[in-house]
Structure formats: structure tokens, C-alpha cells
Design a binder for this molecule. Structure first.
Ligand SMILES: [Zn+2]
Length: 144
């Protein structure tokens, strides 16, 4: 699947979840929460850029090579350091701890975006179920 379609789907899934959640969670009426969730839903994939440079060196960049993601097969590894269900759990705990402050809803918006992203990646990318747990990737030496 081309990366731009992948990103549009990340955004779309987030937008649907956000709209549904906003029906009963009042802070999501504020568009700033939508923007925060959008950033976490889409910008998480910036870690692929980091992987590209780690595997290919920082001196060159080929957009088509990057978008193909073939560099993962060559490296046999994927760090994707921003992808991890553990982060979502931590953010949710923080959101609960911040209850009654404005930061709680900000954390929930960020968590919703991340959740939408990880759900899509988990069920569409065809990788093992454990793959989006960063702790398990570490234990496996980030091997694919
Ligand atoms: Zn992703």
C-alpha cells in the first residue's frame, strides 16, 4: 500500500474514532484536541524516516527507496521507536493521573490518535501480533 494512502487511512480511522468519542466526551469539542490526536495518529510514522537513515546512512536520501520500505527487508530489522502499545498505556495512566486538569483531555486526545494508528498497523501490516510492543521488539533484537 502506498505510504500516502496508509497515512490517509491513519487519519481517517482517527477522525472516525474522534468523532464517535466526541459524542460523549465534552473536551473533544475543542478543535485543538483534534489537532493533537491527528499529530499522534500520523506523525508517529516519522520514526520510519529515522530507521531509513540508520540503515542507509545519513548522507543520502532517496524518496522512492524510502516510500518502498524495502530497506527494512535488507536490514532485517525495524526499530520504529515511536510505535509501541506500552507508550499508549503510559499515556493513559498519565491522563488518568491528570484527571481534573486540562492536560488530561490533551493526553486522551494524544492516546486516541496513537491507538488509531497502532490498531491500523497491527491489523493491516501483516506483521506478528507482538510486533507493535516495543518491549518485545527489544527482546527480539528488533529483528523482523
Ligand atoms: Zn505506523
Amino acid at each position: 500500500m502506498p505510504l500516502w494512502i496508509h497515512e490517509i487511512l491513519h487519519f481517517s480511522i482517527f477522525a472516525v474514532l474522534y468523532g464517535f468519542t466526541g459524542l460523549f466526551y465534552k473536551p473533544f469539542k475543542d478543535v485543538r484536541h483534534f489537532l493533537i490526536g491527528f499529530m499522534s495518529a500520523v506523525l508517529i510514522d516519522l520514526d520510519h524516516l529515522l530507521d531509513y537513515f540508520l540503515f542507509n546512512g545519513f548522507s543520502r536520501f532517496n524518496l522512492f527507496e524510502f516510500l518502498s520500505c524495502d530497506f527494512y527487508n535488507k536490514a532485517g530489522k525495524a526499530f520504529i521507536l515511536f510505535h509501541g502499545w506500552e507508550y499508549l498505556a503510559i499515556i493513559l495512566v498519565v491522563a488518568i493521573l491528570l484527571k481534573k486538569t486540562k492536560w488530561s483531555s490533551v493526553a486522551f486526545a494524544f492516546a486516541l490518535g496513537m491507538c488509531a494508528h497502532l490498531l491500523f498497523d497491527t491489523y493491516v501490516n501483516g506483521l506478528p501480533d507482538y510486533f507493535y510492543f516495543i518491549s518485545l521488539r527489544i527482546l527480539n533484537g528488533f529483528t523482523l
